[in-house]
Design a protein around this ligand. Structure first.
Ligand code: S3P
Length: 190
């Protein structure tokens, strides 16, 4: 392990070794409001790979918002579409794939996304997510009847999934962790 990788392990920011992976893409996973899209843009300007948002891709194709689509067709139909988009974007190389918070719900998505990829879990503490999502939250509810219970319930349920697939961890409520990860990823030579 390189000294910089060791430093990340000590800080709890590197869960699994990356060295040896033939890196063809970066994948950002994490809950709604964690800051994946912002991180994707920062990575894009740092390393020059193109950032692709699967949510934006889905909305472009549907010509409607995810909220509208889910209202009429339900979550299972959305998950089908999401998996199709994942299959397509996984054929591309030198890209940063900014996924929706629920991508980890399907193992088949993650089996594809984790091939020749470094997976970065973009996270923030539950209380911070609740605060961020309190205002201007136009995301459709997932499983609960009110938005706060929805955030808490689904965040807790998904935590082990995000943890399972991630190589690297960023806590966006601690900007210094983000800087460390941005530097590390640039150094990987991607
Ligand atoms: C979802 C998160 C959303 C979007 C859809 C489902 C989820 O993406 O894909 O509303 O299941 O948590 P963001 O994480 O970008 O908000």
């Amino acid at each position: 392990m390189t000294p910089s990788a060791e430093a990340l392990v000590k800080q709890g920011l590197l869960f699994r070794p990356i060295e040896g992976i033939n890196i063809e893409r970066l994948v950002l996973i994490g809950f709604r409001g964690a800051g994946k899209s912002r991180m994707a843009r920062q990575l894009e300007s740092r390393i020059g790979w193109r950032a692709i948002s699967t949510d934006a891709e889905i909305e472009n194709r549907l010509r409607m918002t995810i909220r509208e689509f889910v209202k009429d067709h339900g979550w299972p139909a959305f998950r089908e579409l999401e998996s199709r988009v994942i299959q397509e974007v996984c054929e591309r190389q030198q890209v940063i794939i900014d996924t929706g918070g629920g991508v980890v719900e399907r193992e088949e998505n993650m089996a594809l996304l984790t091939q020749n990829a470094v997976v970065i879990w973009v996270d923030a503490p539950e209380a911070v997510l609740v605060e961020r999502l309190r205002e201007g939250n136009d995301r459709p509810l997932l499983t609960a009847q009110n938005w706060e219970a929805d955030v808490r319930e689904n965040y807790q349920r998904r935590l082990p999934l995000y943890r399972r697939y991630a190589h690297l961890y960023v806590n966006t409520s601690r900007p210094e962790t983000k800087e460390l990860i941005l530097n590390y990823v640039s150094m990987l030579g991607v």
